[in-house]
Design a protein around this ligand. Sequence first.
Ligand code: 5RP
Length: 217
Amino acid sequence: MNIQLALDRLTKEECIDVVNETREQIDWVEIGTGVIKEYGMDFVRDMKARFPEKTLVADMKTCDAGNHEAKQVFEAGADVTTVMAFAADQTIIDMLKVAKKYESRVMVDLLGVSDTKRITEIQSIGVDLVSLHFGKDMQKSGELEDEYFSILKGQEDLEIAVAGGITVDSLPRVMKHNPDTVIVGSAITKQEHKGKVAEQMKEMIRNYERYYSNSSE
Ligand SMILES: O=C(CO)[C@H](O)[C@H](O)COP(=O)(O)O
């Protein structure tokens, strides 16, 4: 299980500092939508140059003009870009085509998706990576509950990331659903001891994986 560190509502310098502080514990680095809006593709380029060993996710949240946005972000060095599940199929298809050319990937953000129909549709056009997402504003009046995972039940061909206010306290509940990637933002970036929290989460994941690999032997 990977940890994807989400960099949101931070300055350039803060983004760089927090990745340096958690470098050993995190696997994927996400440049958040707001950070991209503030600093643009130059910062995507800069982050790839600074942290070449990390899978760099640019959270573009594309909803139209897929071909153009995918070219823009992969040209800048992103390994993964995001598109909203409600985007037209053509938008997603265009992005998948560009991703193939750049040997990169497209993650479909399932924010707002509440039934399996859209999941079947996007799979049929070639999507293999999705993120189950309990949005920032939704977090003001609720939290990522077990029931949100039900739309992905039995989807063995999809690689799954999950995001939405995940903390040290909620991580055990999230891990139970065996996502491939756990996306964590403010629970690390807004802490005083960022490295310690990232280490704690990494250790929890290691223990969980150790426990399940031993119990299946
Ligand atoms: O995509 C996002 C917001 O739209 C965030 O990156 C995602 O929700 C993770 O951040 P946090 O852990 O702070 O919720």
